[in-house]
Design a protein around this ligand. Structure first.
Ligand SMILES: Cc1cc2nc3c(=O)[nH]c(=O)nc-3n(C[C@H](O)[C@H](O)[C@H](O)COP(=O)(O)OP(=O)(O)OC[C@H]3O[C@@H](n4cnc5c(N)ncnc54)[C@H](O)[C@@H]3O)c2cc1C
Length: 478
């Protein structure tokens, strides 16, 4: 007799591990299967997010920003010091310790909640049976009332620049450089390319970003993407738009990259090249031919609005299904699925998933942008407040960027909050909370905000929607 669980989760990333913990909390017997091992060969829970994604990238972003500030940002505060140096292996080591702490923390949470952690490769068979191939090659089959597929995604490879894990790396390799490359190329001006490009640029690399599209940060509000391009370029990132990579050749410890742009064919040489052109769902050997679960035309597991697959009792969440590839989206889908398994009618508001790019300044938004709303024919009022007019931002010497609040011109309901500037991610979350409860710009404007805070910029932008900002001249008169 094979072991049977109420819920079996395949994959222990932020989608899978959160779903497993929630399921156990709701009294369901739960197992979670994970195959990823760390450099020491030990099972490491937490998926892309904790091991090679969100957390390690933010650790390096924070370290590199501190170095940059120590070099260039302290003198204005009257702090004079000389000879700041960077110990790259120590920085990368700190990152590894944070990862270790968090991934072992997930293992502790599994124990505390009674989740059975199983190591190996999980494959869904027909009849909600799951085959587990263990590290020693042995195979076990378990059964489940409900299966949650959460195998995540992996970096997309492109034929013109095959990753060799030495000179040409993907995002995982870019978290492990042991020295600052002198000339660093990045293919792709998306979130990951900009974040990792920023890390190494702050540490002294000459960074060139090759982006095939002519438009920078297509998903962002145009005002934000323009400001971002200006600021990041000023910081030293050479962002080439409309630059399509056509080939590359590794010569020893450097790589010559060929690309085309509006002026024709060009070549450029780098010491390291990061390929960051996006990620694709992981479905290799995940589904037996007779499992009944289908993939869509782009290779994602096909699910409905509630993450149910074509097989009753089988669900899929996170990067392996449609929608944005974000850890918080994966986790919330996990919670939604488990609560629905328990019979609740939980829904997820896909319209209010915040997006963040952790450059400096940070870039973040929630809801729709102005160009989308215009294309949909929605009349809007817009309020903008620059951090240059914020007392808190001035005190911190961090005055770049602005907050933009977009509201429906007829109802005043807030439809989008877009921020480029200090703590943008935290400010946008405040907008998201308001929007979840259907806030109007007037509501936000009537709330009391602590002084002096960066949040006051959100308050003022909301006031500016209807011409009522106090600390900036209003474009729109009341
Ligand atoms: C450099 C980088 C930075 C990022 N920064 C952010 C950020 O700041 N914020 C954010 O929201 N998102 C960020 N992301 C994206 C985020 O990491 C993903 O969206 C998120 O991890 C997806 O969660 P998931 O649970 O769907 O999958 P994953 O985290 O990919 O986890 C899936 C797990 O399943 C395991 N697995 C796969 N197949 C099997 C199988 N058959 N059997 C057993 N185990 C299996 C894998 O080993 C993996 O551990 C970043 C990604 C990268 C690469």
């Amino acid at each position: 007799m094979s072991q049977k669980f109420d819920v079996v989760v395949i994959g222990a990333g932020p989608g899978g591990y959160v779903a497993a913990i929630k399921a156990a909390q709701l009294g369901l017997s739960t197992a979670c299967i994970e195959k990823y091992t760390d450099k020491e060969g030990k099972l490491a829970l937490g998926g892309t997010c904790l091991n090679v994604g969100c957390i390690p990238s933010k650790a390096l972003l924070d370290s590199s920003w501190k170095f940059h500030e120590a070099q260039d940002g302290f003198a204005i505060h009257g702090i004079n010091h000389a000879g700041v140096t960077m110990d790259v292996p120590a920085m990368v080591g700190r990152k590894a310790n944070i990862v270790k702490g968090l991934t072992s923390g997930v293992a502790t949470l599994f124990k505390a909640n009674g989740v059975t952690s199983l190591q190996g490769h999980g494959k869904l068979l027909a009849g909600k049976k799951i085959e587990i191939t263990k590290p020693d090659g042995s195979v076990e089959v378990i059964e489940a009332e409900n299966v949650i597929l959460a195998p995540g995604s992996r970096p997309i490879d492109i034929p013109p620049a095959p990753v060799d894990n030495n000179v040409i790396v993907d995002s995982t390799g870019a978290l492990e450089f042991q020295a600052v490359p002198k000339r660093l190329g990045v293919i792709g001006a998306g979130v990951i390319g900009l974040e990792l490009g920023s890390v190494w640029s702050r540490l002294g690399a000459e960074v060139t970003v090759l982006e095939a599209l002519d438009t920078f940060l297509l998903a962002a509000d145009t005002a934000v993407s323009k400001e971002a391009l200006k600021t990041l370029t000023k910081q030293g990132l050479d962002i080439k738009l409309g630059a399509r990579v056509t080939g590359s050749k590794v010569n020893g410890e450097e790589v010559v990259v060929n690309y085309t742009d509006k002026d024709g064919e060009k070549t450029i040489t780098f010491d390291k090249l990061i390929v960051a052109v996006g990620r694709r769902p992981v479905t290799t050997d995940l589904l037996a031919a007779d499992s009944g679960v289908t993939l869509d035309e782009r290779g994602y597991v096909h699910v409905d609005d509630h993450c149910a697959t074509t097989v009753p009792g089988v669900y899929a969440i996170g990067d392996v299904v449609r929608g944005m590839m974000l850890a918080h989206k994966a986790s919330e889908e996990g919670i939604m699925v488990v609560e629905r398994i328990k019979g609740h009618k939980t829904q997820m508001n896909y319209d209010l998933i915040p997006s963040v790019i952790y450059t400096h300044p940070e870039i973040a938004w929630v809801g729709k942008n102005e160009q989308q709303l215009k294309a949909e024919g929605v009349e809007v009022n817009v309020g903008t407040f620059p951090f240059a007019a914020s007392g808190r931002a001035m005190a911190a010497n961090d005055t770049g960027g602005f907050v933009k609040v977009i509201a429906d011109a007829k109802t005043d309901r807030v439809l989008g909050v877009h921020v480029i500037g200090p703590s943008a991610a935290e400010l946008v979350q405040q907008g998201a909370i308001g929007m979840e409860f259907g806030t109007s710009a007037e509501d936000l404007g009537m709330m009391v905000f602590s002084h002096p805070t960066l949040s006051e910029a959100l308050h003022e932008a909301a006031l500016a929607v209807n011409g009522g900002a106090i600390h900036i001249a209003n474009r729109k008169k009341r």
